[in-house]
Design a protein around this ligand. Sequence first.
Ligand SMILES: [Zn+2]
Length: 145
Amino acid sequence: MRAVCGRCGGSKGDFAAVCPSCGHRPTGEGLAVAWLLSDHNLDRAGLDKVSARIRAGEHIQPGRAQLDKARRALQSTLTTDPGLTSRERVLLLACCLLLTPLPAWIMAWWWRRVRPRAAVQSLALAVPTTALFTALGLWGLLGGF
Ligand SMILES: [Zn+2]
């Protein structure tokens, strides 16, 4: 067991995963609680104990200090996002220039939570290429071509 479900006390492989017993998926603030109920925070004995408490019907409410610790830990996993590889950036830029900047916008939206650094890099490609396309489009409309 690597994490305990905060709702039913069942075990799951990863704190952010869907619980195989009850289908509960931690989101938002629940993710911080879920992190606290995982092997990132507790040893095996601690996990067994908290699982027994939840199964007995207890609602786990961690203190502010515990939640802060969890938030900091979750934040650092977010900032370990390595960003786009140079190959990915070249492909995305080529797509933006040759076809449309739309994929870069979609990727930026798609990655905004899971890969924040990659999302910012996509945005950095999407904004200037969109401006370029808009400028070229306007120029075309005004009879530049
Ligand atoms: Zn569960």
